[in-house]
Design a protein around this ligand. Sequence first.
Ligand code: IMP
Length: 425
Amino acid sequence: MTVTVIVGTQWGDEGKGKITDLLARDMDMVVRYQGGNNAGHTVVIKDKTFKLHLTPSGIFYSNVLCVIGNGVVIDPRVLLEEIQTLQSSGYSVNNLRISSQAHVIFPYHRDLDSAQEQKHEAGRIGTTSRGIGPCYVDKFNRRGIRIWDFSNEKVLRQKLEWNLKEKSFILNNFYEMKVEYNLEEILNEYLGYYHAVRNLVVEESSTLINEAISKNKKILMEGAQGTMLDVDHGTYPYVTSSSPVAGGACIGAGFGPQEVDEVIGVVKAYVTRVGGGPFPTEIEGGVGDTLREKGGEYGATTGRPRRCGWFDGVVLRHASKVNGLTQLAITKIDVLDSFEKIDICTAYEYDGKIIKDFPTDISRLEKCKPVYEEMPGWRESLSKITDYQHLPVNAKKYIDKLAELSEAKVSLISVGAERGQIIKL
Ligand code: IMP
C-alpha cells in the first residue's frame, strides 16, 4: 500500500482530523493537499484538544514526515502561531515540511474576502474571511506570491508592490473601503515569517513525495473541507475555492492517479454545514438543535454555530461517485445515542419525481425535498464500545445502511472525540 486519500464526504467538519491522526500512526508521510486555514482539524489527545488549521494531523508522531503541499494556501502568521502552540505543548515540528510552491495569503486577500462578503448584491457565500478565495484567484490569475518568491527579495518586492497597487485600487474604488498598505511594513513582516520557517521549506515537494512513493512508503493525503464544498463538484457557488475531492490530491501534492490505493470517505452520522447555501436535510430547531448541542457543532475555525440535519444518502452517493470511495470512516455516531427514531434521506423528490443523483445546480437543488426512511434508534451509549460485535443491533443496521448507500465498506467507526474511542473493522 502506498497512497491513501482521506476526503470529507459532506460540507466539511466530518471529523477528518481524528481519522487522520489515527491512521497517521502507521504512516511514513502525511500530506495536506488543498485549502488553508479555513480548515480546523480537531485532534484530542488525553485531556488536550488541538485544532490544526494548516499543519497535517500526523504532526504528533515524530517519525511521520508531514508535508504542506503545493496546493495549500498559507497564511504564514497562522502557521507560525500553530507551530508555537505545538512546541509549547511539547511537540517538535522537525518533521514538518512546507512546499515552496504553496501560495501565500497576504492582508489584501483577507480584506478582499471581507469586502466581497459585505457587498450583498454579489451574494454572500458565508466564507471564513481568511482570504482563501482571493488567494486562489491570484494563483489561477498568475499574480500570486509563492513561498519560493521569498528567496529572492527583489522579485518578492516587485510582485508585492504590483499586488498592493492593484488590490488597494479595487478595495478603495470598487468596494469603497479605506485601505492603505505600506509596502515596507508588509515586506518586513512577511520576510520575518519566512525566516522563521525557512529551514522547513522544501524546494521540490513533489520530488520528496514521489521519492517516498517509489520507496513504497505509506503516505496519507489529508483532504480539508469536504466534497460538497468542492469548487467543481459541490454546491457552487456556495463552495470553497479549491478541490477537496480525491482527484485534488494528485494536483495539490504532485503525483499520478495510478498511485492511489485507497480513498477513505469520512462520513459524519448526520450532516452539518457552516456558511450559506442549500442543505436539503437541514432541520431548523428541534432535532437540529439537539444534534448541534450533543455534537458540539460550532466551527473549529470561526466558532459559528453549524446548521444541522439528518443523514443525506444522496450526498453520500454523490461523494462516493466523484471520489471513487473504497472505504468509509463513520464519525460521531454516538451523538445519535439518545434518539428513539432516526431518519435517513435516501432520495430526493424533484418536480414530482424521485431522484437519486445529486443535482449540483443549486436552482434544482433548492426545489428538492428529502425522502426519508425511518430507522429505530438504539437508545444506549456507544462511547465505550471498541468491538463491532458489541454494537446494538439497531446501530449495526444504521451502519449497514450507510455502507449500502455508498457501495463502500466501513472500516472505522468513531464513537467519541478521544483517540481510543474507535471501532476498527
Ligand atoms: P472559504 O473557504 O473561507 O472561502 O469559505 C467558503 C465556504 O466553505 C463557506 O461556506 C465556509 O463556511 C465553508 N468552509 C470552508 N472551510 C471549511 C471547513 O473546513 N469546514 C466547513 N466549512 C468550511
